[in-house]
Design a protein around this ligand. Structure first.
Ligand SMILES: O=C(O)CCC(=O)C(=O)O
Ligand SMILES: [Fe+2]
Length: 367
């Protein structure tokens, strides 16, 4: 997928402006010449190359710092507003898009990072792993204690295998200690730590069905946790039609590893686009692309850092957006402030995870 074409050449070959921007910013792994050692690509950016051109990426925190230093007019097209007591940025040509820099304290960020790994993937919430393994309980606890998810039972064994809702028999999986596994008996096994790394999304509240790209209200679900609901209601205020309160009914939690990206898309499965999507960034810094109503409009690139919140309502709901790039590694991820808060023994797995990952929680009113 990565690493075979120079970014500039790859970008130029793309048919739409959005795809060109995605190619421009995505992570290019070093080229591996046949039979030789990997070498860094000239001008290719990549893991630690540092040669890529990020000068066009809007950096709202740098704008804040410049303003605090008494200088710096805002670049053309960017506004800074006080809306309902929130100090936020917007783009003059993208009504309905709001950027709230540093909306969450370090303590709040750590709380939501822990919840994203510990509570949010718990059944009945579904994750990308559910289709492969069935419901997995206590994944984080299993990962912290080095457990292994093991397939138990034989599809032809009436007693041990379980029935799916469609009547097919399927094996079930359970966590075991390494010492409990008898080689030769095990069909499939995966370390819980690997599964956490493979976690790509989980859904809270009304469950989103990715195959139908719609909400499936018949699926069992819990309501959005009260604290998350309260946070979303508060943060949605600047983008809400006046006098109305945001009703958090569903959330998608995205988990990004170093080379993961989220392709350009529009979130159009909610009934009322006047209500915002409240989108929380946690962990490693990323580039977020905000385009127009077609992929042909050139998107604006901006950095999102841990604790930033983005709101998309009204016309901005119709705009293509995506995440082409995550910055991992201590100098680029910009998460050093989280480290002291996650330095207790019990948090060591989470600290290790978040140093190479970004989590996004986006909360929606569906009806
Ligand atoms: O990760 C992000 O910041 C954006 C996520 C997003 O657009 C989505 O889940 O629909
Ligand atoms: Fe989205």
């Amino acid at each position: 997928m990565y690493g075979d074409t120079e970014p500039a050449a790859a970008a130029a070959a793309e048919p739409t402006a959005f795809r060109r921007a995605e190619k421009q910013y995505k992570l290019y792994k070093p080229l591996k010449p046949k039979g030789g050692r990997a070498r860094s690509k000239p001008g290719g950016g990549g893991g630690g190359g540092g040669l890529e051109d990020l000068s066009a990426v809007v950096d709202f925190h740098a704008l804040l710092a410049a303003a605090a230093g008494g200088g710096g007019e805002l670049p053309a097209g960017i506004g800074r507003r006080d809306v309902a007591g929130f100090d936020l940025f917007c783009f003059l040509d993208r009504p309905g898009f709001y950027f709230i820099p540093g909306a969450l304290s370090i303590e709040e960020q750590c709380y939501w990072i822990r919840e994203s790994l510990k509570t949010f993937p718990q059944p009945p919430n579904r994750t990308n792993l559910t289709a492969l393994y069935g419901p997995i309980f206590d994944l984080l606890t299993a990962a912290k204690s080095g457990k292994i998810l093991v397939e138990v039972g034989n599809p032809n064994d009436q007693e041990r295998s379980e029935q799916n809702s469609d009547g097919r028999k399927s094996n079930s999986f359970k966590f075991l200690e390494d010492t409990e596994i008898h080689k030769g008996e095990v069909c499939r096994s995966t370390a819980a730590t690997t599964l956490v790394r493979k976690l790509r999304w989980s859904t809270l509240g009304l469950q989103f069905d990715w195959s139908k790209r719609n909400y499936d209200v018949s699926l069992p679900h819990n309501k959005i946790p009260d604290l998350l609901s309260a946070l979303a209601k508060k943060m949605a205020i600047p983008a809400m039609p006046s006098g109305e309160e945001f009703k958090p009914e569903a959330a998608i939690v995205n988990y990004y590893g170093p080379s993961d990206m989220l392709g350009g898309h529009v979130d159009d499965m909610e009934a009322d686009w006047s209500k915002p999507i409240v989108s929380i960034s946690l962990g490693c810094k990323c580039i977020f692309l905000l385009g127009g109503k077609t992929r042909d409009e050139v998107p604006t690139a901006m950095f999102l850092r841990s604790g930033d919140i983005v709101l998309m309502a009204g016309e901005a709901r119709e705009c293509f957006h995506g995440v082409p790039r995550i910055f991992t590694g201590s100098d680029q991820a910009e998460i050093s402030a989280l480290v002291p808060q996650l330095s207790a023994e019990d948090d060591s797995f989470i600290l290790n995870y978040i140093q190479n990952s970004r989590i996004n929680i986006n909360i929606r009113q569906v009806y």
